[in-house]
Design a protein around this ligand. Sequence first.
Ligand code: GLN
Length: 189
Amino acid sequence: MKIGVLALQGAVREHSNAIRACGAEPVEVRYPEQFAEVAGLIIPGGESTTVGKLLIRYQMLEPLAKLGGAGFPIFGTCTGLILLAREIIGSDQPRLGLMDITVNRNAFGRQIASFEADLPVTEIGPPDFHTIFIRAPFITAAGPGVQVLARLDEKILMARQGNLLAAAFHPELTGDLRIHQYFLKLCRK
Ligand code: GLN
């Protein structure tokens, strides 16, 4: 199975390595024509306003939004989560807008803009996940069609809406493959 990793900016190689370690074939995606070759797409961490603008420049934003709305699996980490959100607090930046979630960017503030935590992810199960946050967003509100998979107090840190998966942290940096394996299951459906 081929899985795309959006390769416009950010942690591309780390996601490709994780996909390969799961036994699938990573494909670095830079053109809209490549969507047809892959069973799903990962949008890595980076800087969301930049990636949004690049998606427009390379004529990928609209086709990807259409595909995602029609059941194509997309997994957004950090910047990817922001781009999947319908609402981004205080920003009109370009986005896919596919998930019924409201996102607060750079939400953990300066002091703890980057930190690590051990989190349970319901659905994928124990043991807890060691999670790494890098100037991370969190989800402040989620609609009824959204399944919350992880949270810290009132902050939602991982969620799924059918074929769409979003995490505020970086599962590609820990060597724990369970979250990538979970996404690959969605891609096999
Ligand atoms: N702060 C970044 C943004 O708003 C996201 C950070 C990340 O992807 N690690 O795009």
